[in-house]
Design a protein around this ligand. Structure first.
Ligand SMILES: Nc1ncnc2c1ncn2[C@@H]1O[C@H](COP(=O)(O)OP(=O)(O)OP(=O)(O)O)[C@@H](O)[C@H]1O
Ligand SMILES: [Mg+2]
Length: 290
C-alpha cells in the first residue's frame, strides 16, 4: 500500500470515529462498527431486532410516514394499531424493502442496514411478511405448500429433485402442529377455510425460520373461533420469533398484546399497554372514539 493510500485510510477511520462519538445511545448506522457477525446471524446485543429512526416517505407530496421512530426487542410480540391511512402497511413496505423511504434509518439487529438490501434479499435475511390476503397454492396439498416454502430460493431443476432431509421433515411436522393443521396434511389448500389458509401461509413463512415476522391484519375475515386460535398461535411463536402485528380487532389485540404502538399520520402517537393507550385522550380522539 502506498503512503498516500494509508493516509487516506487513516483519515477515513478518524472521520468514522468522530461520527461514532456523536452518535445516539443506540448508535444508529454505526452501531455495529467493529463487531464480527457471522452469516445468517442477527446481532441483537443492543436489545433490538428492529430499529427505525426518523423514517419519512412521501407519495406525491403527502407524508405517509413522518419521522417515524420505533424499535422491537428480540422475541417481542408488538402490536401496532391506528386509524386507516396511518401508515401501518407503508411501514411494513419500508421494512421489507418494497418501498424506499426518503430519509431515515432502518436496521435489522445492530448491524444490518436494511436500506441497502432489495426486497428478496430482506426475506432471505430472516424477515417474513404476511399480507392480508392468503396466498397459498390452492391446487397443492397442505404438505406440498409447506414443502414448497423451502424451495423458493432453488432453481427449477434443483426443486424437481428436492427432498426434505430429516431435520426439515421434523420441522415440517412440528409446524403442522403449531398451525393447527396436523390433521389436514393431505387436503388441498383450496378446500381449507379462510382462517386455515391464513395459518398455512404463516406455516410457510415459519418453514424458513424467520427471525422477525410482520403480520398485516392477520385475523381480518376470520370467525371468532379462528381468531382465538390465531391468538394462541401467536403466543406460541412469541419468544422464538419476534412479531409485529397490525390489527384493528381490539379484542384480538387484548388477548395477545404486551406493548401496543399507536400510529397516526405516519408517526407514533402513543405507546404502552393496551389499557394505557386506550385511556390516552389523543388516541381516543383520532382512533378509538370514532
Ligand atoms: N404506493 C403508494 N402510492 C401513493 N400513496 C400511497 C402508497 N402507499 C400508501 N399510500 C398512502 O399512504 C397512506 C398510508 O397508507 P397505509 O396503507 O400505510 O395505511 P394503513 O395504516 O395501513 O391503513 P389501513 O388501516 O387502512 O390498512 C394512505 O393515505 C395511502 O393512500
Ligand atoms: Mg394497511
Amino acid at each position: 500500500m502506498t503512503p498516500d493510500l494509508m493516509e487516506q485510510g487513516a483519515r477515513r477511520v478518524q472521520a468514522r470515529q468522530a461520527k461514532l462519538a456523536q452518535s445516539t445511545e443506540s448508535g444508529g448506522r454505526s452501531a455495529g462498527f467493529g463487531r464480527v457477525v457471522h452469516a445468517g446471524e442477527v446481532d441483537v446485543t443492543h436489545g433490538r431486532i428492529l430499529y427505525l429512526e426518523d423514517v419519512s416517505v412521501s407519495f406525491d407530496g403527502f407524508k405517509a410516514i413522518n419521522k417515524l421512530s420505533l424499535d422491537i426487542a428480540p422475541g417481542e410480540l408488538r402490536c401496532i394499531i391506528g386509524p386507516n391511512g396511518a401508515g401501518k402497511t407503508t411501514m411494513m413496505d419500508i421494512i421489507t424493502g418494497k418501498t424506499r423511504p426518503d430519509e431515515g434509518t432502518v436496521y435489522f439487529g445492530s448491524t444490518i442496514d436494511l436500506l441497502r438490501y432489495k426486497e428478496a434479499d430482506i426475506a432471505q435475511l430472516g424477515i417474513g411478511r404476511k399480507f392480508q390476503k392468503p396466498t397459498v397454492f390452492e391446487h397443492l396439498t397442505v404438505y406440498e405448500n409447506l414443502e414448497l416454502a423451502l424451495k423458493t430460493d432453488k432453481g427449477v431443476k434443483a426443486s424437481m429433485f428436492f427432498r426434505l432431509d430429516s431435520g426439515q421433515g421434523d420441522r415440517l411436522a412440528e409446524i403442522l402442529h403449531t398451525i393447527h393443521l396436523a390433521g389436514d396434511v393431505n387436503r388441498l389448500a383450496g378446500n381449507l377455510s379462510h382462517g386455515q389458509k391464513q395459518w398455512l401461509e404463516i406455516g410457510m413463512l415459519l418453514m424458513q425460520d424467520p427471525k422477525l415476522l410482520l403480520l398485516d391484519e392477520p385475523v381480518a375475515g376470520m370467525t371468532d373461533e379462528e381468531t382465538v386460535r390465531t391468538a394462541e398461535l401467536f403466543l406460541t411463536l412469541k419468544g422464538k420469533h419476534s412479531l409485529m402485528v397490525v390489527e384493528h380487532d381490539m379484542s384480538f389485540i387484548r388477548s395477545i398484546s404486551e406493548i401496543v404502538t399507536v400510529l397516526c399520520e405516519g408517526s407514533v402517537l402513543a405507546q404502552g399497554t393496551l389499557d394505557e393507550v386506550q385511556n390516552d385522550e389523543r388516541v381516543i380522539e383520532v382512533y378509538l372514539g370514532r
